[in-house]
Design a protein around this ligand. Structure first.
Ligand code: CS2
Length: 491
């Protein structure tokens, strides 16, 4: 039987596996990470693992806000796991020792509060996905009607949301006077600023004095994160045996590329991630816009259009000539919306993204990207569409085509008649609306867009925009997505 990866089996690793360059016993914990999914394990934890070889003070106490799964798998492995980087020509595998322990919040919320409040904790990093922020329809502020926020207001010692935990921990930090830095690592523009709004607005509801303390003692940093990391599968775990010579039930498979741009706005001590490939900068916004639009926007386009065309994976979709043509036209439009990004050649960046999407060694499901569209589309595609509309007084056809594909996707039935599940916090209502029979396509599209909240009222009032999306939706439904995409851009 294959043995499990752990601190006792390291000597059984295949000789080509890279292991950490530090003494595990000498590390101390300085970071708390909330949201320990595959992305964190392949991104911030890898940067931190490299840093630990230079500075042992930054081991990560991880928090899972919901499920015990990852803790249950990592604990028997002494919190060790592997990262397998795959490209067309090479596989590289390493063992990461940066995770100290995993606290499962619903089991022991007080432990999470203690870890966040500990004076040893200088930095908190967060990956909770777009919907974890509990934002209202402006996308920037706290939704006080959110059920989990209501829960936390009623049960402050047993919070469920990041805001509930942070604010309770800050109550303790206020007593000790310890400053804190919080770095958001989710795919939202100005993610740190939004996080600050949410935490401060929540704190004001709980205790305005605490709110004032947070204002001066807790700094929030925007950050742009990038690495394509598919959700792990059983196949990946089977693969770990080949790659490591040991079984690793927490292996993550990813691409070689990784990027992290962090706003240099730390309240106190700062882990020197810049020594291991991250970039500290005063202004993350140009990087965020570039990545959210060119990478995530194109990813969403491939997800909806590709899925409807029958592709299960992003690399298959981008390998289709018509999809590729759409992505290139989409990139041309998105580039218009971007300002200069320091030291980045945007046309090269766009080509690299297409190469990254083509990496079939890191298969990424179209359904994974397609999830939570109501949370993702505003920053990825709607904002750039509005910019093009105001700068050039025209509707971006590639973006309109993708929005129409999303409306079609929300019907939850393939052209073949096969049903599938739409994953979105508003799934039920969106599917009901998208499936509703309307003879008038502009009214149909306006109904979906209004209800989903992805467009502001100004955009909804723009008849040219609504009509263009409606026209594509009608043609996709009447001719089929393949035929409509094949003639896209030629008329
Ligand atoms: C993807 C992202 O699932 C998605 O929505 O677009 O997770 C994407 O893979 C990452 O942002 C890449 O950095």
């Amino acid at each position: 039987m294959t043995r499990l990866l752990s601190s006792h089996t390291l000597s059984d690793l295949r000789p080509d596996v890279k292991t950490f360059q530090y003494d595990l016993g000498k590390l101390t914990s300085g970071i708390v990470h909330i949201g320990i999914g595959a992305f964190h394990r392949a991104h911030q934890a890898v940067f931190t693992d490299d840093l630990l070889a230079l500075d042992p003070r930054w081991k990560i106490t991880a928090v899972s806000l919901r499920s015990p799964d990852i803790r249950n798998k990592l604990q028997p492995q002494d919190y060790l796991y592997s990262v397998l980087e795959r490209s067309s020509h090479e596989d590289r595998v390493r063992v990461v020792g940066a995770i100290d322990r995993v606290i499962v919040a619903p089991e022991c919320p007080q432990d999470v509060i203690e870890a966040l409040a500990s004076p040893n904790t200088k930095v908190v990093t967060i990956t909770i996905t777009e919907k974890g922020y509990c934002r209202d329809s402006s996308g920037e502020h706290l939704d006080i009607n959110n059920a989990a926020i209501q829960h936390d207001l009623a049960h402050p010692q047993k919070p469920q949301t990041f805001a509930g935990f942070i604010v309770e921990a800050c109550r303790k930090r206020k007593q000790s006077g310890e400053k804190l830095t919080i770095i958001s690592c989710d795919n939202l523009p100005s993610n740190g600023r939004i996080m600050r709004n949410i935490v401060q607005e929540y704190a004001q509801l709980v205790d305005s004095g605490l709110g004032r303390w947070i204002e001066t003692n807790v700094n929030f940093c925007n950050s742009m994160v990038d690495r394509i990391v598919p959700a792990s599968t059983q196949l990946d775990i089977d693969e770990s045996v080949n790659a490591l010579g040991l079984e690793d039930s927490c292996i993550v498979i990813t691409e070689p590329f990784r990027q992290w741009v962090i706003e240099d706005n730390f309240a106190a001590e700062k882990p020197a991630w810049n020594k291991v490939g991250a970039l500290f900068t005063a202004d993350v916004e140009p990087f965020e816009n570039m990545k959210l639009r060119l990478l995530n926007g194109a990813h969403s386009a491939l997800a909806y259009v590709g899925f409807l065309m029958g592709y299960d994976y992003i690399h298959q979709a981008v390998g289709d000539d018509d999809c590729l043509k759409l992505i290139k036209l989409l990139h041309q439009d998105l580039l218009i919306t971007l300002d200069n990004v320091p030291d980045i050649d945007l046309s090269r960046y766009s080509k690299i993204i297409i190469q990254r999407f083509s990496n079939n060694k890191v298969p990424y499901k179209t359904t994974q990207v397609a999830s939570d569209g109501s949370q993702k589309l505003p920053q990825r595609l709607i904002k750039p569409l509005s910019i093009i509309l105001s700068r050039q007084n025209r509707v971006s056809h590639p973006i309109a085509f993708v929005i129409a594909s999303w409306c079609r996707y929300l019907k939850a039935v393939k052209e073949s008649g096969e049903a599938y599940a739409v994953v979105d916090p508003m799934a039920q209502q969106l599917v009901a609306r998208a499936s509703h029979k309307f003879d008038n396509y502009p009214e149909h599209v306006a109904d979906i867009l209004t209800f989903s909240g992805i467009c502001n009222s100004e955009l909804l009032a723009d008849q040219a925009f609504v009509n263009t999306v409606a026209r594509y939706l009608e043609m996709i439904e009447k001719r089929g997505i393949k035929a409509e995409l094949a003639s896209f851009g030629s008329g």
